[in-house]
Write a protein that binds this ligand. Structure first.
Ligand code: NDP
Length: 434
């Protein structure tokens, strides 16, 4: 705490992992002897930089850019960039720390990193977004590369921003290094299924947890928060699996649609028009209602896939959900449930999939994009989706088996933390003290 003052989200993420690891350390003192915990919680490198740009009125604006190169024991640093007004060092560090274990769980050769800026894309023009991305990359480009550090999208960074970032990277590096960024457009090195991967993966993970209890999605009410990249495709896959996804939200409130979200309409509003969630209710012909400023977790449902942001689901919301018959939570977002909410879910013995396992489908498919780039190849949608599904099933099974091995059957938090940690820690032991 003294070393990292004011980084509350980072402290929260580290505490949760370290608590799970007490079970591991009791059996394996070699990790403590080599100070793996102290080393793993200290980023290998932290880059903080000025991002100056000119707005449409000709005024000079200054934002702060971050890239935390957290751990490269298993491969190049890999993790997204977040553009949101709330971004600060503690948030980027929590995301980067989680990313280490998530990437390890995918079984693919990627280390952990994360970056972003306190730039707020809401209400900015196309030209402002482009100039900001170009300025951001003008500093970042010297730190990244296909074998060094490979950024991708996150909140506020989607296909459009990756295009501007890659364009500037290519220009500065004078190389077409497709493997330097993932989430690229399909015409210039992107992978099919990357857009869908995180949301699909979170629903697939939920399905695996339900199957382990002899249950399924069929006929169940599914609550999804957010209406961005992860939320849209969590809704799509939940519906393909037979569930009825009835909610979506943004920072202004939520919509409920008892017949099931009309995904074509929601995609049109959010992906094409970049509109707000209330427009969905207005254009659904009286079938949906918008609750301004409301908490989506007050809607009764059985499966929850929180897909907006950290700490969006607190203890009070967890109590309401449990009272309303909740059976499973699969975290599409990173750390959306507060520690109180996680405790309540676990005490109630419902299936709880933590983000580092449940939302790993996005980064896994990014690693598949890197593989396609390295081979100058592109795979079909069906082939890539099959690989994504296999990876999610494997992550589920690894977490379940590890939890069992450590005497905590059904505890996916312990399973994910221990299984993710061991691979990284063993590689660090092999490398000696570095
Ligand atoms: P997007 O920017 O596409 O969408 C974010 C959504 O969440 C928007 O609907 C946004 O509403 C809402 N939201 C964001 N911040 C807040 C807030 N403070 N309060 C209420 N609503 C909020 O981001 P993604 O869908 O890509 O990311 C969502 C989550 O998933 C994040 O936690 C991210 O780290 C995680 N994730 C994403 C991956 C990916 O592949 N994209 C991979 C793994 C995890 P509004 O427009 O009003 O801000």
């Amino acid at each position: 705490l003294r070393r990292n003052p004011g980084e509350s989200e980072f402290h929260q993420a580290v505490k949760e992992v370290f608590e799970s690891l007490e079970l591991l350390h009791a059996r394996h003192p070699e990790y403590a002897e080599a100070a793996i915990l102290e080393r793993i919680a200290e980023p290998e490198r932290q880059i903080i930089f000025r991002v100056p740009w000119v707005d449409d009125e000709g005024k000079v604006r200054v934002n702060r850019g971050f890239r935390i190169e957290f751990n490269s024991a298993l491969g190049p640093y890999k993790g997204g960039l977040r553009f949101h007004r709330s971004v600060n060092l503690g948030i980027v560090k929590f995301l980067g720390f989680e990313q280490i274990f998530k990437n390890s769980l995918t079984g693919l050769p990627i280390g952990g990193g994360k970056g972003g800026s306190d730039f707020d894309p809401h209400g900015k023009s196309e030209g402002e977004i482009m100039r900001f991305c170009q300025s951001f990359m003008t500093e970042l480009f010297r730190h990244i590369g296909p074998d060094t550090d490979v950024p991708a999208g996150d909140i506020g960074v989607g296909g459009r921003e990756i295009g501007y970032l890659f364009g500037q990277y290519k220009r500065l590096a004078n190389r077409f290094d497709a493997g330097t960024l993932t989430g690229k457009g399909l015409a210039w090195g992107g992978s099919l299924v990357r857009t869908e991967a995180t949301g699909y993966g979170a629903a697939i993970f939920a399905n695996e947890m339900l199957k382990a209890k002899g249950l399924g999605f069929e006929g169940r009410r599914v609550l999804v928060s957010g209406s961005g990249n992860v939320a849209l495709y969590a809704i799509e896959k939940a519906q393909q699996l037979g569930g009825t996804a009835i909610t979506a939200s943004d920072s202004s409130g939520y919509v409920v649609d008892e017949e099931g979200i009309d995904l074509d309409l929601l995609k049109q509003i959010k992906e094409v028009e970049r509109g707000r969630i209330h427009e969905y209710a207005e254009r659904r012909g009286g079938k949906a209602r918008f609750v301004e400023g409301g908490n989506v977790w007050e809607v009764p449902g059985e499966i929850a896939i929180p897909s907006a942001t950290q700490n969006e689901l607190d203890g009070e919301s967890a109590k309401t959900l449990l009272k309303n018959g909740l059976i499973a939570v699969s975290e599409g977002a990173n750390m959306p449930s507060t520690p109180e909410a996680v405790d309540l879910f676990q005490e109630a013995n419902i299936a709880f999939g933590p983000g580092k396992a449940a939302n790993a489908g996005g980064v896994a498919t990014s690693a598949l994009e890197m593989q396609q780039n390295a081979a100058r190849d592109s795979w079909t949608f069906e082939d890539t989706e099959k690989r994504l599904t296999d990876i999610m099933v494997n992550i589920h099974d690894t977490c379940a088996a590890t939890a069992e091995e450590y005497g905590r059957p059904g505890d996916y938090v312990v399973g994910a933390n221990i299984a993710g940690f061991v691979k990284v820690a063993d590689a660090m032991l092999d490398f000696g003290v570095i």
